[in-house]
Design a protein around this ligand. Structure first.
Ligand code: SAH
Length: 373
């Protein structure tokens, strides 16, 4: 980003996080006509430009002015892993401050879906999750959330139609930036992804779920439930101590009532932890009462933790039993198992290697491509 730093010492503006009216005010301040903002907006959000130099319908003088007063936030790919099984790609991106984040491109029949991170690390502490092991470093800016999608679309050359905010971080712990990101992502002047094609997953910050319900967006809310009793839930998810199960569920009901959107309940199945038939009965009843859809995810083993997944037959039995209560229950299809690892593990692996002072090529799995940043 150095080339974009203001020479005056003032902080360059993060123009990719600005709405079109804000950008209009910004270019006006620079002494330009407001229509220039539209061109700039299109370069950033539709044509996915990665430098001011590409913006050839802007005068050279304006491009120079912009490179002094504005920063064009970018995600630079440092590693890309491609699955030979299903084409799933995992991207490790570096940010301008040197932090790294990961994002995933999944190719489905109905279109491409990108899973993005909302924070560098995570403060929530879920016991089975690799993203939280080093804690939260910082929240991502709206531009940094958008960029994960933009760069993946530009690098793959394929249109992204669905976005899930299910990577590292707790999106509702970064609420204002998340909302701005959602508005920019779904803006008709930008990439214009349909609100219905966006899912935000939360571990259950009750107050923020209620606030989100009032925004009346048509996005899908996914709640990471993972247990049907308060006692079991707080064992797996320490954050549940602050947000009792009953309150979280009533916030989800409020979300459904305010938006008409069915909530998804995410349930990671942990062998001997939350996978009894009694758990399945309770989960089914609870989901049916909420008009929610259930997504079962056999837990992804994390090296640092001892959780195991139940076997396939058990997962199927659990699914049937939960569905018997009248709920719709699916088992999440696993993508890119050959480039494996649970969410957060690519970044963690990278950090471990770098801390150990090893070259990045040392532990690169098959199908991996290292990219010079
Ligand atoms: N903080 C948000 C979003 C990020 S986690 C949330 O909690 O929902 C995305 C999903 O992956 C959550 O449902 C989370 O509980 C789940 N998850 C994390 N680690 C996992 C693992 N090792 N195996 C299975 N699911 C996992």
């Amino acid at each position: 980003m150095e080339e974009n730093m203001a020479k005056t010492g003032e902080k360059p503006e993060d123009i990719k996080s600005m709405t079109l009216p804000e950008l209009e005010a910004f270019v006006t301040q620079l002494g330009e006509k407001p229509f220039r903002a539209r061109q700039l907006y299109e370069w950033m959000h539709v044509r996915l430009a990665s430098s001011f130099d590409e913006m050839t319908n802007l005068s050279k003088a304006l491009r120079e002015k912009l490179s002094r007063s504005a920063s064009l936030v970018l995600c630079r790919p440092v590693q890309v892993l491609t699955s030979r099984q299903d084409g799933t790609c995992k991207y490790l991106f570096s940010l301008s401050d040197g932090n790294v984040i990961e994002s995933v491109l999944m190719r489905y029949h109905h279109g491409n879906s990108v899973c993005i991170s909302s924070q560098v690390g995570c403060a929530m502490g879920c016991r089975f999750c690799a993203s939280t092991i080093g804690g939260r470093v910082r929240s991502l800016r709206p531009s940094e959330m958008l960029e994960q999608i933009y760069r993946i679309q530009a690098l793959s050359g394929e249109r992204v139609s669905n976005v899930v905010v299910m990577g590292t971080g707790e999106p509702l712990d970064n609420y204002e930036n998340l909302l701005r990101f959602l508005r920019l992502l779904t803006d008709e002047n930008g990439l214009h992804i349909s609100q219905r094609s966006v899912t935000v997953s939360t571990c259950g910050l009750t107050d923020k779920i209620l606030a989100l319900a009032q925004e009346k967006l048509q996005i899908t809310l996914a709640l990471s439930l993972h247990a049907v009793t308060q006692e079991k839930r707080q064992e797996l998810m320490p954050v549940a101590k602050r947000y009792p199960l009953e309150q979280v569920l009533s916030a989800c009901r409020a979300y459904f009532e305010a938006t008409g959107r069915r909530v998804t309940l995410e349930y990671s199945l942990v062998k001997g932890g939350n996978d009894t038939m009694e758990d399945a009965d309770k989960l089914g009843a609870l989901a049916a009462g909420l008009h929610a859809h259930v997504n079962l995810i056999p837990v992804n083993p994390v090296k640092e933790r001892s959780y195991e997944r139940p076997d396939r037959a058990h997962v199927e039995a659990f699914q049937k039993r939960a569905a018997a209560a009248g709920a719709s229950v699916t088992v999440r299809r696993e993508m890119g198992t050959d480039i494996g690892g649970a969410c957060g593990q690519l970044r963690r692996g990278y950090q471990m290697k770098n801390n150990a002072g090893m070259g990045p090529e040392t532990a690169a799995p098959s199908g991996s491509k290292e990219i010079d940043a």
